[in-house]
Design a protein around this ligand. Sequence first.
Ligand code: SAM
Ligand code: SF4
Length: 359
Amino acid sequence: MDNITHILKKNSFTHAEIVQLLSSEKEARSLLFAASAETKEKYVGNVVYFRGLIEFSNICSKNCYYCGIRSGNKKTNRYNLTDKEILDAAKFAYENNYGSVVLQGGEIEGEAFTLRIEKLLHGIKELSDGRLGVTLSVGEQSFDVYKRWFNAGAHRYLLRIESSNKELYYKIHPNDSTHSFERRMTALRNLREAGYQVGTGVMIGLPFQTLDHLADDLIFMKEMDIDMCGMGPYIEHADTPLWDFRDGLLPLEERFNLALKMIAILRIMMKNINIASATALQAIDPIGREKALKIGANIIMPNITPGMYRDEYKLYENKPCTDEEAADCKNCLEARIHMSGNKIGYNEWGDSAHFKERN
Ligand code: SAM
Ligand code: SF4
């Protein structure tokens, strides 16, 4: 306990100290959560920003070993929202004062896809008088494509590194040119260069992953000087290659606790970045996202994908809210966020204070 108190008084942590914090249980863990909650309140306040999440397509050219919508999963029914459906979802977000949307989908490259996103960005800006902020999350693209989308109005981009350890990265991805670790690193640097607020993150509780890997992931995020983070527990999916390793996984509850500790430690390490409360937390604990908001996260991504498609964006088992329509999610979220001691920053972009400070 004394040791944890001593570590928490410091301004930066060594690898060994992060591992100690990740191992903390009971009172020691409560001390960590109290320190991260205090840091959050002091540096970003108790305001939570909404990003209306539009999972616009589950068609993907990649074959990540953990993901239910990987190209190799022939059991998935593929869908692609029409432009109108996407713009209607964005309109819903705008009319409900969400402030921002996230366009997320499988990774596709090529001029047709680039142009489509570009047009959608113009459409979203038009329907909201330029007021709706847009985050993109459509994987690795060239610098030119990132720049085109930035110029069309996207200003934040989420690209998880998934694991910053190259060896582990290739245990959870095919080792080929389509899944190159180096290309992902280059993509993260290009995003920064193109002008975006850059978000990355990892999955927590992956097969073969150790606390040392997770400590290195946090150090990686600090060294990359990221503006935003989205990280959450890994949840197995039966139609993926990693399913074979499910017996070696931590129990779900431990993965959940580890994810909360990762968020808390990152909040203390990078005080004014935006940290999202991942949907996967809610798949394990019905009030999982609210717990994360309490101890350090400040962003939530209500799903506003039309209900009939949600079942097909199954990255993992037990994905929450797949049978709801957008408005249901909004109502239940509002009460839950207030319960977590936070208020909602309606109609605000809620940009990363860290990004603003650097620029
Ligand atoms: N295709 C884009 C990409 O990979 O960046 C965006 C969509 S992808 C589905 C979004 C995130 O889902 C990934 O970064 C990954 O971390 C997460 N994900 C995929 N499968 C998962 C699983 N089984 N458990 C938890 N998260 C998962
Ligand atoms: Fe495609 Fe993203 Fe899933 Fe990988 S994680 S298979 S890139 S949707």
